[in-house]
Design a protein around this ligand. Structure first.
Ligand SMILES: [Zn+2]
Length: 153
């Protein structure tokens, strides 16, 4: 398992991630490449439960790993750390939800968009999963099909 410390500031664009996401490390696994990323937490936080902006940071960040679009025929996963917040108005806690992450499936929006576009082609689910270097864990309904992606291998 080799690690590589990237330095170029626009590496995230090459990797299909927003420019404000910084790749802090790349770990090569046998079956995939893992990108560790950091990003700044927005100043304005709205509570997803009541809409209040009176929210404060609560506790440490939580690690999350999601699937991402493949790069150079290699499967890619992204590991990030999400901040938890407490809403002072309704006392609910919630995690920040970066726009480039799919809100419920464990994947980036970039991969989700790719999968949805692939589904408009005459391709089998198996073929789509193979070319995106993911595995179909179970099929849940999203339009005609959907995907649940794999954990880190
Ligand atoms: Zn609230």
């Amino acid at each position: 398992m080799a690690t590589h410390k990237p330095t170029h500031p626009k590496l995230s664009l090459l990797a299909g991630l927003p420019v404000d996401v910084t790749i802090t490390n790349i770990v090569k696994h046998e079956h995939c490449d893992e990108l560790y990323v950091s990003f700044s937490t927005p100043q304005q936080r709205s509570c997803p439960h009541c809409g209040s902006n009176d929210c404060v940071i609560k506790g440490p960040k939580r690690k999350q790993t999601v699937r991402h679009i493949p790069h150079a025929q290699r499967g890619t996963i992204v590991t990030l750390f999400k901040q938890r917040f407490l809403c002072k108005a309704c006392c609910a806690t919630f995690y920040e939800q970066p726009q480039w992450l799919h809100p419920s499936l464990h994947m980036t929006q970039a991969l989700f968009t790719t999968l949805v576009l692939d589904l408009t082609q005459m391709l089998s689910i198996t073929m789509i999963a193979r070319q995106n270097k993911i595995k179909v864990l179970k099929r849940i309904s999203y339009g005609l099909h959907s995907f649940e992606t794999f954990r880190k291998e």
